[in-house]
Design a protein around this ligand. Structure first.
Ligand SMILES: Nc1ncnc2c1ncn2[C@@H]1O[C@H](COP(=O)(O)OP(=O)(O)OP(=O)(O)O)[C@@H](O)[C@H]1O
Length: 343
């Protein structure tokens, strides 16, 4: 459906905003582009929409090169970060906007607007003023407006950016169901990995204008391609290691590594879930430096451990097993959460 082929784009003489980006989005797929501020996410959407001309490379939609095709002829919908609704129009007028632009007749327009408002969970709100809506409701109206002209590709820039956590988590679930129902092809941008993982069939992690990794959320979580991706996902247990004969020498001592890990020097990640607390005397002796209650179903706690040797170590455990700050514990490593990083 969408294919970016070696796309390079920039502003003036500085660093490139996009540097040789290849990206594919299949029909009915939801792809989330994830990355820190300034990594090129918005530029990627703007180039795809035709709002920014790339310096080189190609943008193809359904196999057709979009070079020279103006934004309104690309059949893509773009919902911006600040979802600017028209304050002087009511909800119905906002949602109908794209349809009116396309010359869709009144009757059909009204029907479509009613249908979309029902779909985003705001049935019968046509006559309400958008200024009288909550942030979350405005976001849904903006979404209905972007969906109304039935774009073949819907692009969302930080769609849930300004909402509080509870609302975001609920809307992500609703959006995913909505996209599945409409069979919309979606390219969304976010800097929040939780949001991307919950929404996407596939995530694309960007760093400094390049694709650092692309894969399903599970693939990226299981095997981050590089230290950058691992740290961006919030994993900080990364150390230098030398692998030989099925174990790795690290500043934390010997660590088990998965079968087939090639020998030699590398960077190793240990996910916090793979740091097991043991009875003292067993494993790497550590002092519990801090504990943070994370809440959630599992009543999870994140522990910051200061090992006898090597950098600080993050571990996660349930509230019931969490030792007190200042306690001495032993840490052992579970091979299932040890990952050799590339890059
Ligand atoms: N209009 C502009 N003029 C000059 N430089 C720009 C412009 N827009 C973006 N840039 C630069 O291009 C690079 C990529 O910016 P972009 O907005 O695509 O990043 P982003 O990942 O969307 O960031 P954010 O998450 O902060 O929105 C940055 O270095 C940025 O400073």
């Amino acid at each position: 459906m969408l294919q970016l082929d070696g796309v390079t784009a920039g502003f003036g003489a500085g660093r490139l905003a996009l540097d040789g980006v290849d990206l594919d989005v299949a029909d009915h797929e939801t792809v989330c582009v994830l990355g820190p501020s300034g990594s090129g996410k918005s530029t990627l959407l703007r180039v795809t929409a035709g709002l920014h001309t790339p310096r080189s490379g190609r943008v193809l939609l359904s196999g057709r090169d979009q070079d020279g095709v103006p934004p309104h002829r690309r059949g893509v919908g773009l919902m911006f970060q600040d979802h600017q609704l028209f304050p002087q129009r009511d909800v119905g007028g906002n949602v109908a906007f794209g349809l009116r632009m396309r010359g869709v007749g009144r009757h059909e327009r009204d029907e479509r607007v009613a249908e979309l408002l029902a779909l985003v969970g705001l049935p019968g709100t046509q006559r309400r003023q958008v200024t009288a809506l909550s942030g979350g409701e405005q976001q849904r109206v903006a979404l209905a407006r972007a969906l109304a002209p039935q774009p073949r590709l819907l692009m969302l820039d930080e769609p849930l950016g300004q909402l509080d956590r509870g609302l975001r988590e609920r809307l992500v679930v609703e959006l995913r169901a909505l996209f599945a129902e409409l069979r919309t092809t979606v390219l969304a941008v976010t800097h929040d990995q939780g949001e991307a993982f919950a929404l996407a069939d596939r995530v694309v992690v960007m760093n400094e204008g390049r694709v650092a990794q692309a894969g399903t959320p599970l693939e990226v979580w299981r095997s981050p391609a590089s230290e950058f991706v691992a740290r961006f996902l919030g994993f900080d247990n990364v150390v230098a290691a030398t692998v030989h004969g099925g174990v790795a020498d690290t500043p934390w001592g010997k660590l088990p590594v998965p079968d087939g890990t090639p020998p030699g020097e590398c960077r190793l990640l240990v996910r916090p879930a793979g740091v097991r607390l043991t009875e003292t005397g067993d494993g790497l002796p550590c002092t519990v430096e801090a504990r943070t209650f994370r809440g959630g179903d599992a009543a999870a706690v994140t522990l910051l451990l200061r090992p006898e040797t090597g950098p600080r170590l993050e571990a996660s455990c349930s509230l019931r097993e969490a030792p007190e700050t200042g306690a001495t514990v032993g840490a052992a490593f579970d091979v299932r959460d040890v990952v050799r990083l590339g890059g």
